[in-house]
Write a protein that binds this ligand. Structure first.
Ligand code: GLU
Length: 305
């Protein structure tokens, strides 16, 4: 496996030059587009890696999986899906028009910004700090990494420039979909997006989901199996922005990407996969990341379909 990963990193690095690092959050524009790292954890917890697997980056949209799991844990699945649907949009992750167009007024799914702002608002806690601690604790457990924390520079950069997310949130407040203090909800959302991780952290989290919520290195049952199933299903239909259909056809693995350049993929009962490549394609997915996971899925026959 190590030599396969080395070969695939060398082969796919070049794609970094064909995309662009995100710049709408100014602090993200400092990433090095040539970096590419991959980390794989199998169902017994054995780990394989290559390239820039140790590079740190912010989790961004991959945190939407965490807020969905915690929202379900705190409220039950019926109550969560009263506020957010589970339908793909075919539109950008921060689209405003599709929020107004939705008949129910609910965001289409928890993997777009509007939907994640709703799931974040449903996490219980007395204030932003307590809720953030719950998110960080969850992340530390599924990554086996006590150092998981927020990158303050990215958080402040996003908070300063996140007006589109403000627009989405205030719109949802006006229609009654969002309850509570909008600025506080956004503050927590910006913080959760700015959690710093490596490809290794994402791979371990992916391995927990692949293992139906049982942590491979402790055997603890950490996430209920039915919640893992919901999350993985939504990852297939909505996890790779509006390229999710194409990704399902080409790769066929539940996955979630983020504009920080990360991809978390989870192959049921087999592997968790974490990828970092900050140069993005026009949909917002890591361009080298998509190419390397396509090759890996083909080599190991990983499609779930
Ligand atoms: N924090 C980013 C935003 O809300 C997350 C976007 C993403 O990774 O898709 O714009």
């Amino acid at each position: 496996m190590f030599s396969l990963l080395n070969t695939l990193v060398e082969k796919n690095k070049k794609y970094g030059r064909e995309g662009k690092v995100a710049s709408y959050i100014p602090a993200l524009s400092e990433a090095n587009p040539d970096e590419l790292g991959i980390y794989v954890v199998d169902s017994r917890g054995k780990e394989y890696y290559s390239g820039d697997y140790n590079a740190k980056f912010t989790i961004q949209s991959i945190s939407k999986i965490v807020s969905l799991i915690l929202a379900i844990r705190d409220n039950g699945r019926e109550n969560v899906f009263k506020k957010v649907d589970v339908e793909p949009t075919g539109m950008g992750f921060n689209s405003i028009v599709n929020l107004e167009a939705s008949d129910s007024g609910k965001p289409y799914n928890p993997m777009i910004n509007a939907g994640a702002i709703v799931t974040t608002s449903l996490i219980d806690g007395k204030d932003v700090n307590e809720k953030l601690e719950k998110i960080l604790e969850f992340m530390r457990t599924v990554t086996n990494n006590d150092d998981i924390s927020v990158n303050e520079r990215v958080y402040l950069s996003e908070k300063e420039t996140g007006n589109r997310n403000r627009a989405l949130a205030y719109f949802m407040k006006s229609t009654g979909v969002l309850d509570g203090d909008v600025e506080e909800i956004l503050d927590l959302y910006f913080k959760q997006c700015s959690i710093e991780v490596t490809a290794r952290d994402l791979a371990r989290f992916g391995a927990v989901l692949a293992n139906d919520g049982v942590i491979p290195w402790t055997n603890e049952k950490f996430i209920p199996k039915d919640v893992c199933r919901i999350v993985k299903t939504i990852m297939v239909t909505c996890g790779m922005y509006d390229a999710s259909g194409d990704f399902a056809v080409k790769v066929g693995i539940p996955a979630k990407s983020g504009v920080g350049g990360g991809i978390l993929a989870t192959v049921p009962r087999k592997f968790g996969i974490g990828i970092y490549g900050p140069s993005l394609d026009e949909k917002g997915n890591s361009i080298a990341g998509i190419n390397i996971i396509t090759d890996l899925a083909n080599e190991l026959d990983l499609s779930i379909f």
